[in-house]
Design a protein around this ligand. Structure first.
Ligand code: FEO
Ligand code: CA
Ligand code: CA
Length: 640
């Protein structure tokens, strides 16, 4: 998700450069070995930022005509717009000029998958091109691959199961770095490209921050607890002002086989007794058997920093930002130059976090800020009923976070973030997903849904999570008292999602505009449009409260008026997730994830095709997650 640091000008903050400008400087530094001039101007005020970057004009935020709800197996966009499929699962990323092509019967090997775009795309960002940073027709697309559906990934689904299939599934996870370019308005992947990269569930990584080397991170394969392997379930993402990508490890626990009697720590993190649901990696990869490697689950749930401009760089799991089922990571910079990272934990009754760096962002790109995210203070949010809120620090020795309560040191606080937040009385939220910041400095977080709210022996409603059986979700927002590193804030609800035609009062919501449910992806573009992407679950879609809403959708909101318009609808069985754009705002990239999803038939390779055959629509093919490019036919700004 792109960040425009220029947005802070509207809230009387420092005139920081747009992230696009930062990326450009970052890139020049990398390519030319550290241009002092570029580096020293990293944090300098840049002209022209207030209107949101080059080529971005002022005017009404929303200028398009809404699209209706849809149940068609296609992507629909407003009149005057077009959609191009750019990077589906299995497309070669361009590691060499001879990477194997995708085979529609899914017979590509694990080694071939390691050269191809992964499955089930999620968070995404367009970085300016290393050699032509002023270009709006070339750049690096970096994206997450959240999970793999083994029913689709292998020719015979899970009818057989072996080590090669596990390896292929691991190769379909992680992150892709693609060099992309447009010619005559048509985008393509550049192959080969020196920046092309696949990061998978087996890529060597490092730990940084207070928990690096902690006893709870040590394993037989890595007795020092400093060299984890791979990243998993990468959901939302973020970027830093020094030009790196943040990928977030969300539902990692579901990959692990648990012991017969999980410890309180394991149970608090959802490790279940016996086999995991769906994944069977542990049968051929002992790393995922927590009965044999009890600390391996502790090595996931982190925010991972990746330098896309250095393909040989080692990704680093930044432990100072805490362990959680992190949905995303959204960076702001204070007037004093500190980095502030917001992250929600997407699970029922979990929390919203903020990390404030100890040090300030330095000129000089990734090299100069290589440990910035390793030192700082992690906070968890408490939303009080009076519309005020507090950021409560997770600091060892402070309040209840003591050895007597099970926290030997700061590393243990960060590994056991959930337990620490429980003791601190943080507010248990309705599944916090993406976070972004508008031009007035409001920070928004999607709370996708929580049908357990108010259930037996479960938390009831509170001011921040006001609906029992919250099937529709809502978007909360807050403004910090003082700067982004403030320890208190004012909050309200931007919208309670819903459908005003429903009878159930709690599902009606208060949407000013087009009905929607289950907000997940969230991105503020350079003009200030708040893009909302939905993730109604496949099993609930079209039924109950969601009966009128068709497929998942992307909507555009005006954060000033609250108006919301439906901009795009997706193919059958998909969710819409991840959004980014070229610096000029004239090409937008989003991800269509898991078209054809059909939970009840997931392990049958033919079943998803019965639901969707998008995007190829080949009788011998299978539905594929894909990045799509959206353009206005007249070359105009997206959303106008
Ligand atoms: Fe991976 Fe919370 O969506
Ligand atoms: Ca999500
Ligand atoms: Ca979701």
């Amino acid at each position: 998700m792109a960040k425009d640091f220029d947005r802070m000008e509207d809230s009387n903050r420092s005139s920081n450069p747009t992230i696009h400008e930062v990326s450009a400087l970052r890139r020049r530094t990398f390519i030319h070995g550290g241009l002092a001039a570029a580096a020293s101007s990293l944090l300098a005020p840049l002209a022209g930022c207030a209107t949101g970057g080059a080529g971005v004009a002022s005017g009404p935020l929303l200028g398009f005509k809404s699209v209706p709800v849809s149940t068609a197996d296609t992507v629909t966009v407003p009149e005057g717009y077009s959609v191009q499929v750019l990077a589906p699962w299995g497309e070669a990323v361009g590691l060499s000029g001879e990477d194997p092509a995708f085979k529609f019967d899914a017979s590509n090997s694990a080694a071939e998958q390691e050269t191809q775009v992964g499955m089930h795309h999620d968070g995404i960002h367009f970085f300016r091109h290393p050699l032509t940073p002023d270009s709006n027709t070339a750049g690096l697309l970096v994206m997450n691959h959240e999970y793999a559906d083994d029913g689709l990934l292998h020719t015979d689904g899970m009818a057989t199961w072996n080590a090669a299939k596990v390896r292929k599934a691991q190769a379909a996870h992680g992150v892709s770095v693609l060099e992309v370019e447009a010619k005559d308005g048509r985008w393509s992947i550049v192959k080969p490209s020196p920046w092309a990269r696949r990061i998978t569930a087996n890529t060597p990584m490092a730990f940084g921050g207070p928990a690096a080397g902690h006893a709870l991170l040590q394993t037989r394969a890595d007795p020092r607890g400093v060299r984890p392997l791979g990243t998993l379930n990468n959901c939302g993402s973020g970027i830093t002002p020094w030009g790196t990508y943040l990928t977030c490890e969300e539902n990692f626990i579901f990959y692990f086989k648990g012991p017969d009697a999980p410890s309180p720590h394991e149970a608090r993190w959802g490790l279940r007794r016996g086999d995991p649901v769906g994944y069977r990696w542990h049968e051929h990869d002992e790393r995922f058997d927590a009965t044999k490697n009890p600390n391996e689950p502790n090595r996931f749930g982190w925010i991972v920093e990746i330098d896309p401009f250095n393909p040989s760089s080692t990704p680093v799991k930044r432990t100072a930002m805490g362990r959680a089922a992190h949905e995303g990571a959204t960076v702001a910079v204070t007037k004093s130059g500190r980095a502030v990272v917001y992250s929600g934990e997407d699970a029922r009754f979990e929390y919203i976090y903020k990390f404030v760096s100890r040090d300030t962002v330095k000129p000089g790109g990734a090299a100069a800020n290589a440990t910035l995210l390793d030192h700082g203070t992690l906070y968890v949010a408490r939303f009080d009923a009076d519309g005020k809120g507090r950021w409560v620090p997770l600091v060892h020795g402070s309040g209840p976070l003591t050895a007597a309560n099970g926290f030997a040191d700061q590393g243990e606080v960060l590994i056991k973030t959930r337990q620490a937040s429980d003791l601190l009385g943080a507010t248990k939220m309705d599944r916090p997903e993406w976070i972004d910041i508008d031009k007035a400095g409001w920070v928004y977080c999607t709370l996708t849904n929580n049908s357990n709210r108010g259930g037996n022996n479960l938390p009831g409603t509170d001011a921040a999570n006001p609906r029992a059986n919250n099937t529709m979700g809502h978007i909360i927002r807050w403004k910090e008292d003082g700067d982004f590193d403030g320890e208190s804030f004012q909050w309200n609800h931007f919208v309670l999602a819903g459908d005003s035609t429903l009878e159930r009062a709690e599902a009606k919501g208060n949407v000013k505009g087009d009905a929607f449910a289950c907000p997940d992806g969230l991105w503020t573009d350079a003009r200030g449009v708040l893009w909302i992407q939905t993730d109604m679950s496949t099993s609930a879609m079209g039924r109950g409260d969601l009966k009128n809403l068709g497929h998942n959708a992307m909507l555009a909101a005006d954060p000033r008026s609250g108006e919301i318009r439906r901009f795009l609808t997706g193919p059958a069985g998909c969710e819409i997730t991840g959004a980014t754009a070229t610096p000029d705002g004239r090409a937008m990239f989003i991800n269509i994830q898991h078209p054809g999803e059909s939970p009840s038939e997931r392990s049958d390779p033919a079943a998803p095709r019965k639901v969707s055959n998008w995007p190829d629509q080949r009788p011998d093919g299978r539905p594929r997650s894909a990045t799509v490019v959206i353009r206005k036919n007249d070359g105009g700004l997206i959303g106008t």
